[in-house]
Write a protein of this length. Structure first.
Length: 170
């Protein structure tokens, strides 16, 4: 499972770099056409918005895996041993349920609805269902990474607070 997780994360990281590079080029082109050519490009603003959606959601998946996501650990910081393991398993179980029901199921319903209704973006003429595909994709990644953390928490020996926080930082 570790090799698969590392492969998924590597591909995700490369894809995020490609998306961010595309966004930089898009916004640069937007500024160039608007202020230098005095003839703004019609699609660049919409493309930047779509890229931002994909970068934000897929970046959240990447951050979840690297434990770089926003979290409040005031209560869990002091927990050690078995209590810490139980809380970690509970937290990632909640994340798994949320990601599955809201992002995967809800996201697929949104994608299906927008494709059925044939919603088209105004500037690019892109079907909005394709833009929204990132929602269930992010949900699948959240579920996968959360299950991976649950399995690791079950297999891991209980640690002290200092050991846990050192391992998270590494």
């Amino acid at each position: 499972m570790e090799r698969l997780t590392n492969a998924i994360t590597k591909v995700l990281g490369i894809f995020l770099i490609v998306l961010m590079s595309a966004m930089v080029l898009d916004v640069t082109w937007q500024v160039f056409t608007r202020f230098i050519l005095k003839d703004p490009s019609g699609f660049t603003e919409e493309l930047a918005g779509f890229l931002l959606i994909w970068i934000g959601l897929l970046g959240a998946s990447y951050a979840l895996h690297t434990k770089a996501h926003l979290g409040i650990d005031v209560l869990t910081y002091k927990l050690t041993g078995t209590r810490r393991q139980v809380v970690d398993i509970l937290i990632y179980s909640i994340v798994t349920l949320f990601a599955f029901f809201v992002l995967v199921i809800g996201g697929m319903r949104l994608v299906n609805l927008t494709l059925t209704l044939n919603q088209i973006s105004p500037a690019m003429g892109l079907r909005m269902g394709y833009v929204y595909l990132v929602i269930p994709l992010t949900g699948i990644l959240f579920v996968y990474y959360s299950i991976d953390f649950i399995v690791k928490a079950i297999k891991m020996k209980p640690t002290t607070a200092e050991e846990h926080h050192v391992s998270v930082v590494d």
